[in-house]
Unconditional design. Structure first.
Length: 473
């Protein structure tokens, strides 16, 4: 447990640095670009993500699973890495070329310059390589290198600002993303150079494919539910797409802790998949934390939405507080569901994950098509929230079948109760103080949430000992 806490500490601190850099970058870009420019930026990033997921066809998740499974068998791990990495790379190159070929058609549909979609194809190849290397770093528990890679990537993305200042606009902002990918790739190559000595293996590819085909439906629908809304919204309004994209950037503030913790927990799930009692004890601990923190982070973002958005974006997003609140509610649900995602893939039950993702995606697209033409950004946010709730309820059901755990409903209700108390205390300040002073007050009142949970018995002395180990370890 000590090693696990130490790894989580390192990832959390580095993730905080990465988030801080990304936060300032996003603020600078949004204040520099027009809302329409941000809409184009979000659109291209979504096209890259969709093509990247299609080129994966489940092999990425399969490669990560077998790398973790063979962590102590370096020879087999090399074969898995080489086979998975090369297969995904070839597929990505095919999709990139296809994207470039159809770029004139896409440019006419969205009424933007064809060069954006050509750059999209180039960026796709870089993204696929980076994602594959990041998964290998996580599976082999190179958490320090993975963290450093993330920080270097985010810092390198600041070249976007330079390109924008030089007059390249949205095209320059996207080019900065490519620069960040390339720098991160070089770092990961150096750390993983020992894995590049193996050759492609058809037998390993068959093993990866047999696992990957169980989740290919999930990866396909996952890209739809994550980026289909952006493509639909971008078709109707690029400005609305820019606002939605700018607000959605902050969901990472809610999901970041869960993501960091579960990068560490995933290899443990794979190792303990045949020891359900030991796995259950660790799972329950992280489940509680994975409720306490996302509810806190998302809830505080909602309570202080108006002053936060005004300080960050100025008058560019006036009256979008309700859209932001709905997006943050979706982020809370998403952060909690990350735990179930890792559980099902780590326990070699990806087909169950695929079913829940497919239903979630269909629900999101159904409501997106109905709501976006009339309500634009708000319609997109509501569609995502409805799909997140329904899909993740099913995901919870499948997870409970795989590992017999009890959902800590009492913990969730007490967290919501503590958040409501913080909100009530904050109302007078929000109504009278300036935006900046409201945020300062929010920083001071935030610890009250944890004090209330301690009084409710949700946070125990054992948790405080874990925290002490986390800080001092």
């Amino acid at each position: 447990m000590g090693e696990t806490i130490s790894s989580i500490k390192y990832l959390t601190i580095s993730r905080g640095i990465e988030l801080g850099l990304a936060f300032f970058l996003n603020v600078i870009l949004f204040r520099t670009l027009s809302t329409e420019g941000m809409g184009i930026y979000a659109l291209i990033i979504s096209f890259v993500a969709i093509a990247q997921t299609l080129s994966d066809v489940g092999l990425g998740e399969a490669t990560m699973y077998y790398l973790a499974k063979n962590a102590h068998n370096q020879k087999q791990a090399k074969k898995v890495f080489a086979t998975g990495f090369l297969s995904i790379g070839v597929l990505a190159l095919m999709f990139a070329l296809g994207l470039i070929v159809v770029s004139p058609v896409l440019a006419r549909i969205y009424s933007i310059n064809v060069l954006y979609f050509i750059l999209c194809g180039v960026m796709l190849c870089a993204v696929v390589v980076k994602v594959g290397l990041d998964q290998a770093l996580e599976a082999h528990k190179h958490f320090k290198a993975r963290s450093l890679s993330g920080i270097v990537f985010t810092a390198s993305r600041f070249s976007s600002v330079l390109f924008v200042i030089l007059g390249l606009g949205t095209f320059g902002a996207i080019s900065g993303e490519v620069v960040g990918q390339l720098v991160s790739i070089m770092l990961a190559f150096f750390v993983l150079k020992k894995l590049f000595s193996a050759q492609f293996s058809w037998s390993v590819l068959r093993t990866l494919f047999l696992y990957g085909r169980k989740i290919v439906m999930g990866t396909f629908f996952n890209l739809i539910q994550a980026h289909g809304v952006v493509l639909i919204l971008g078709y109707f309004t690029l400005s609305g797409n820019g606002i939605f994209g700018a607000l959605a950037k902050f969901t990472i503030l809610v999901t970041s802790f869960s993501d960091s913790v579960l990068k560490v927990l995933y290899p443990r799930i794979v190792e303990l998949r045949k020891q359900p009692i030991e796995l259950l004890s660790q799972f329950n601990i992280f489940f509680k934390y994975n409720l306490i923190l996302p509810i806190f982070l998302g809830g505080m973002s909602i309570i202080f939405a108006k002053p936060f958005l005004h300080v960050v974006y100025g008058n560019k997003i006036v009256g979008s507080e309700l859209v932001f609140a709905v997006i943050m509610l979706s982020a809370i649900v998403d952060a909690v569901s990350i735990l179930f995602h890792k559980l099902l893939t780590g326990m070699a039950r990806p087909e169950l994950l695929s079913k829940s993702i497919a239903i979630k995606a269909v629900v999101i697209l159904f409501f997106a098509v109905i709501l976006i033409p009339r309500y634009e950004a708000m319609g997109a946010a509501v569609a995502v929230l409805i799909g997140m709730i329904l899909g993740n309820v099913l995901l919870l059901f499948f997870s409970k079948q795989t590992l017999k755990f009890a959902f800590p409903l009492g913990v969730a209700l007490k967290c919501i109760g503590a958040l409501l108390i913080v909100g009530l205390v904050s109302i007078p300040v929000l109504q009278t103080a300036s935006d900046l002073m409201s945020l300062v007050f929010g920083a001071f009142v935030a610890p009250l949430y944890f004090v209330i949970l301690f009084a409710f018995g949700v946070i125990t002395k054992q948790d405080l000992r874990y925290l002490k180990t986390f800080i001092s370890g």
